[in-house]
Design a binder for this molecule. Structure first.
Ligand code: HEC
Length: 312
């Protein structure tokens, strides 16, 4: 017979684990539920991926082309390399003063103010010691082409080849000890750098810039479309306004497609033909189901719209 306890005798309860559990399990359940809720609440944090992704997040990092000004450099006359003209030397002097003398000094002693703090120091062209690439004509050309990694001597490949050669001619004026270019050296340089062939660098602009340009170029057309749509909206009492609005899904598309094409202007049938073959014209498909009267009202209305363009 079942006996109901009026008061729980905890001492007995502790001796029978099943009963003990029966009394405390609501606390366990409450605790689990709370932990579970906290877990769900913090899911974002728990699942934050700490391993760096192998691929860049392309939704935020937009890498674009850098603008490059195209150039067509005519080939170098190889003969002029060993016999530079006065004009070339003069040009070289200007370029040397603009680009090199800050570090290498006006006379090439390696004592320019920009080089004081540099380690290693800018090369003194008058000393034949310690050159990394070397002081021959082709070796100096290589230095200007590639630079000397991890030093203040960066690449000057952005200067056209002719300009670089002119600088080198001028360097030999201020530092006459630098060896003159030999025939075979010039031949080798021509092979390595295709000096006589010249080069063609096509212009390149970033996509973002191209988009802006495109928009600018189509701006007059966008303006006309805007004007026409304004005219439509401002003249709701014009005959054809209602039919037009009934027949059109997208006013902008309709106006710009109609502006671009002439064929539809030759007659109602050509117009119907145009609309049915141009799925993207912005008209509703049921424009083809308009009554003849409505159709001719619409057609004349459209012709009127296009005329606005000619009066702008
Ligand atoms: C920002 C300072 C700086 C400017 C500007 C600079 N140079 Fe240098 N240049 C250096 C330094 C520093 C070195 C020494 C690098 C080394 O010893 O590793 C050097 C080394 C050289 C060398 C010797 C390379 C060799 O084989 O060791 C040549 C040649 C040279 N420069 C030419 C030029 C010319 C020509 C220009 C201008 C178009 C120029 N530099 C502009 C800092 C400069």
């Amino acid at each position: 017979m079942n006996k109901r306890e009026i008061e729980i005798n905890f001492r007995n309860v502790l001796k029978t684990p099943v009963r003990w559990f029966g009394i405390v399990y609501p606390y366990f359940i409450t605790a689990f539920v709370i932990i579970g809720l906290i877990y769900i609440h913090k899911l974002d944090v728990i699942y934050t991926n700490e391993i760096p992704p192998a691929l860049k997040d392309t939704t935020t990092v937009v890498e674009d082309l850098t603008p490059v000004k195209g150039e067509v450099s005519t080939g170098i006359d190889l003969a002029s390399i060993s016999k530079p003209t006065e004009k070339q030397i003069q040009k070289g002097k200007e370029l040397y003063i603009a680009n090199c003398s800050v570090c290498h000094g006006e006379k090439g002693n390696g004592d320019g103010p920009g080089g004081l703090a540099l380690v290693p120091k800018p090369r003194n062209y008058h000393s034949s010691e310690g050159w990394k690439n070397g002081n021959s004509f082709s070796q100096i050309f290589k230095t200007l082409q590639d630079g000397i990694p991890k030093t203040g001597m960066t690449s000057y490949d952005f200067l056209p080849v002719g300009d670089r050669l002119n600088i080198m001619h001028y360097m030999r004026i201020i530092a006459p000890g630098l060896p003159a270019p030999t025939e075979s050296e010039i031949k080798d340089m021509d092979q390595t750098y295709s000096l006589s062939a010249g080069k063609k660098v096509p212009s390149q602009i970033p996509v973002s810039m191209a988009l802006v340009k495109l928009e600018e170029e189509s701006k007059p057309e966008i303006d006309i479309v805007k004007k026409i749509i304004e005219h439509i909206d401002n003249n709701p009492s014009e005959t054809g306004y209602n039919v037009f609005n009934k027949a059109v899904v997208n006013k902008k598309t309709v106006v710009s497609t109609l502006l671009k094409s002439h064929i539809w202007r030759t007659g109602i049938n050509e117009f119907l033909n145009f609309v049915s073959t141009n799925r993207q014209s912005g008209f509703r498909a049921d424009v083809l189901l308009l009554s003849n009267d409505e159709l001719s009202i619409l057609y004349n209305y459209l012709l009127g719209l296009i005329k606005i363009n000619q009066t702008i």
